[in-house]
Design a protein around this ligand. Structure first.
Ligand code: ADP
Length: 380
C-alpha cells in the first residue's frame, strides 16, 4: 500500500466531536510505509487524553486490516495550549441570529497597522482552501481595509425583503462596514449607532451556512468589541501583534478583555517578525550564479544561491523577538510568525492576498500553518 492510499484511509477518520477528519485538521504530520509496517506521526494538541486515545484506536482499527504493525507516534510540537488554561466558557446571552454560523473567530490587535486585516484575509482563504465555508466581516469602521485587500469596491445588493447580500470574492462571503460607509468617508460613530450597525451585520446579512465567520475587529478595545463580545458567543479570538509590541500592555489588554467575557484566546500571531530578503545573482550577461556562497556581514548570514541564482533568507530585526516566551508568559499560544515581506505588501495592496497571488511562497505556507494551528486550538 502506498503512502497516498494510507492518507486516503486516514481521511475517513473523524476527530471526536467533529465532522472533519484528522488529515484536514492537520493532525497527521507524517506517514511512513515500509513493507508490513506503517508509521504515523500525529500532533494532537489537546489535553484530553481520552480524545487522543480515541484517535489512536480508530487509526489502529482501520490500518491493522492492511498492515501487520501499526506504529503511531504522537509528537509534541509546542507547549500544550489547551483552553483549560483560560476561563471556562460561560453561557453568554446570544442575541444575534447565528444558528447558521458554526464558529465565529475574532481577529484583534492592540493598535492599527500591525497587519491584522492582511492576516485575517489570508487565514480566511487558508480555511477556504481546506474546503470550509468561510465568511469575512470587516468591522473596522474607522479604517475598513477589506475592500482594498480583496480588490473590489461596490455597494452591496439587497434582497427584496431588504437583507444585505454579502459579496462572493475569491470564494469567501465578504462584508465590510466600508461597503456601507464608503471608503473615502471618515466615519464618526457613537456607541449606540455602532451597536445598531453591528447588529445589522449579523441579523440582516444573508450569510447562509458558514463553518467560520472571521471578524476583522478594529484595533483596541472599544464599542464594537463590547457589543460583539456581549451579544454573541465566539469560538475564540486571535491577537495580531508585531514583535516589538508583543511584550507591551496592548496584547495583555486584548487578552484580558477576551478572558473577561469568557472568549477563549486561540493565540497570538507575530506579524512583521523579521525581514524576508530575496534576490538573484547573475552576471552582466544574465548568467545565473548558482552555488554562490555569500556572507552578509553585520547580520551574520551565510546563504547559497540555487541553480537559478536565487537566494532568500530571514533577518531578525528585533533581537529581543521572544514571541514564544512572551506569549507563554501571557498564557496565550504563539500561532505563528510572519516575516515582513515585500510580496505580502504588494499582494495585499494589490487586492489579491498572497495565498492566492503566490500560493507556493514560504509566507503562504506560514498562513496555512497558522490556519491549521487555529483548527487544532478549536479542536481542544
Ligand atoms: P491593520 O489591519 O492592522 O491596520 P493592514 O493589514 O491593513 O493592518 O496592513 C497595514 C499595511 O502593512 C498594509 O500596507 C499591508 O500590506 C502591510 N503589511 C501587513 N503585513 C505585512 C507583512 N508581513 N510584510 C509586509 N507588509 C505587510
Amino acid at each position: 500500500m502506498k503512502k497516498s492510499e494510507v492518507l486516503t484511509l486516514l481521511q475517513s477518520i473523524q476527530y471526536p466531536g467533529f465532522s472533519r477528519d484528522i488529515v484536514s485538521f492537520g493532525m497527521v504530520k507524517n506517514v511512513d510505509v515500509s513493507q508490513d509496517t506503517v508509521t504515523i506521526e500525529l500532533t494532537i494538541k489537546t489535553k484530553n487524553d481520552e480524545k487522543k486515545q480515541a484517535v489512536v484506536d480508530k487509526i489502529e482499527n482501520k490500518l491493522s486490516q492492511y498492515f501487520k504493525q501499526v506504529d503511531i507516534q504522537i509528537i509534541d510540537d509546542g507547549p500544550s495550549q489547551g483552553p483549560s488554561a483560560q476561563s471556562p466558557q460561560s453561557p453568554v446571552q446570544q442575541k444575534f441570529n447565528l444558528d447558521h454560523i458554526k464558529n465565529v473567530i475574532a481577529v484583534a490587535s492592540g493598535k492599527g497597522g500591525v497587519g491584522k486585516s492582511t492576516v485575517a484575509a489570508n487565514i480566511a482563504l487558508a480555511l477556504k482552501e481546506k474546503e470550509f465555508t468561510v465568511g469575512l466581516l470587516d468591522c473596522d469602521i474607522y479604517g475598513p481595509s477589506l475592500p482594498i485587500i480583496l480588490g473590489f469596491n461596490e455597494s452591496p445588493k439587497m434582497t427584496q425583503d431588504r437583507k444585505i447580500i454579502p459579496f462572493d470574492q475569491y470564494g469567501l462571503k465578504v462584508m465590510s462596514f466600508g461597503f456601507i460607509s464608503g471608503n473615502e468617508t471618515p466615519v464618526i460613530w457613537r456607541g449606540p449607532m455602532v451597536s445598531r450597525m453591528t447588529e445589522q451585520f449579523f441579523n440582516d446579512v444573508t450569510w447562509g451556512k458558514l463553518d467560520f465567520l472571521i471578524l476583522d475587529l478594529p484595533p483596541g478595545t472599544g464599542d464594537i468589541h463590547l457589543t460583539l463580545t456581549q451579544k454573541l458567543r465566539m469560538a475564540g479570538a486571535v491577537i495580531v501583534t508585531t514583535p516589538q509590541d508583543i511584550a507591551l500592555a496592548d496584547v495583555r489588554k486584548g487578552a484580558d478583555m477576551f478572558r473577561k467575557v469568557h472568549t477563549p484566546i486561540l493565540g497570538v500571531i507575530e506579524n512583521m517578525s523579521g525581514l524576508q530578503l530575496k534576490g538573484t545573482v547573475e552576471t552582466a550577461d544574465g548568467i545565473a550564479q548558482k552555488d554562490l556562497r555569500m556572507v552578509f556581514q553585520g547580520i551574520d548570514k551565510e546563504v547559497t544561491t540555487d541553480e537559478k541564482g536565487n537566494f532568500s533568507f530571514l533577518v531578525d530585526l528585533f533581537k529581543s523577538g521572544g514571541g514564544a516566551e512572551e506569549s507563554e508568559r501571557l498564557g496565550v499560544p504563539l500561532l505563528g510568525k510572519i516575516p515582513i515581506s515585500m510580496d505580502i505588501m504588494s499582494a495585499t495592496d494589490g487586492g489579491k492576498p498572497i495565498i492566492l497571488s503566490d500560493p507556493q511562497s514560504t509566507v503562504s505556507e506560514i498562513f496555512r500553518d497558522i490556519a491549521v494551528n487555529i483548527l487544532s486550538q478549536l479542536a481542544n
